[in-house]
Ligand binder design. Sequence first.
Ligand SMILES: NC(=O)c1ccc[n+]([C@@H]2O[C@H](COP(=O)([O-])OP(=O)(O)OC[C@H]3O[C@@H](n4cnc5c(N)ncnc54)[C@H](O)[C@@H]3O)[C@@H](O)[C@H]2O)c1
Ligand SMILES: [Zn+2]
Length: 366
Amino acid sequence: MKSVTVALGSRSYEVEIGAGTLAGAGERLRPVARGRPLAIVADENVAGHLATLTASLDAAGIAHASLSVPAGEASKSWAGVARVCDWLLARGVERGDHVVALGGGVIGDLVGFAAAILKRGTRFVQVPTTLLAQVDSSVGGKTGINTAAGKNLVGAFHQPSLVLIDPAVLQTLPARELAAGYAEVVKYGLIDDAGFFDWCAANGAALLAGDERLRTEAIAHSVAAKARIVAADEHETGGIRALLNLGHTFGHALEAEAGFDGSLIHGEAVAAGIALAFRFSVGSGLCPADDAARVAAHFRDVGLPDGLAAAGITASGARLVEHMRHDKKMEGGTLPFLLAHGIGRTFLDRTVDLGAVEAFLDGEPR
Ligand SMILES: NC(=O)c1ccc[n+]([C@@H]2O[C@H](COP(=O)([O-])OP(=O)(O)OC[C@H]3O[C@@H](n4cnc5c(N)ncnc54)[C@H](O)[C@@H]3O)[C@@H](O)[C@H]2O)c1
Ligand SMILES: [Zn+2]
């Protein structure tokens, strides 16, 4: 069992990582529940893991009730948050009670937001079941929902009081979702940890093939990286937390172009976006070409897209830049880009010319 502390003063919490975390959750949650029943909100696709969790709660003598939420981004909505809040209120949830979020980033963001607004702030526990949620969304306290105007435009910073990560739950996760989550693992190496990128290049394929020891190691390393960044810049005001957006400005444009129909999922778009950010950095004379080539080669090795062609995007540079203009990070006509001086040397550049981005994208193979 590994444990990582997210150090945020009075809002600090532990992230516990290891096989058996789910089956042993009852003991760990006893002091959290404080003799009160636990409300669990679970993705409909993790019923088997919900059964493991509730058996553990039964064994620990903790009463519980659960709400099943339909899988998919559509649940992260006004209707979804109303349903969760109404269910919790009907159950008589009190301010000091804990709600457990069991599922991927959709459930974590939805339940975290419901907890943030319910009775002006109830507590919650994250039990993430996708690799993306385990290495990224369950840690750091960003919660929210999607609206007609776009993704994640309504939300709150609300930190969980505990995160329980069991790598064994990934055994039921579809391979494509697993690989997509792995793109965010690689991202931590590329941001500021070249040694971890080397580790990924050496172990990524075996990790994805099912090696649980390697999965645990990658999750623990990623969580520690995210915890460090969040502790330094909880509300993304200091320019440090923004580093986590590496590949995301390009990636979001590809996602928007693909149309959120499942043809290009988030982590796949991020992998392609990271490869593009590195090649754009090379073209701007900032980064050695060899580093960009190594990044792209690793994504190809593990079956992730390494650019527009592999992501199935044929749109023009102008069209992709038009998507970027609608990015919620757009401020006063400029868009902050994460560029790289090399592997492990990512930096924020607020002066990138969108015309140069358009020309670069037009030069990328389709
Ligand atoms: N809060 C943050 O900091 C943050 C960071 C990154 C992403 N996000 C958000 O996270 C969401 C994406 O999260 P995600 O990639 O986990 O997607 P997701 O929650 O939609 O899960 C992906 C799919 O896997 C299924 N699933 C989940 N766990 C499973 C398991 N163990 N076995 C089998 N199937 C399983 C789900 O039903 C779903 O179909 C997006 O809404 C994104 O905005 C939030
Ligand atoms: Zn992401």
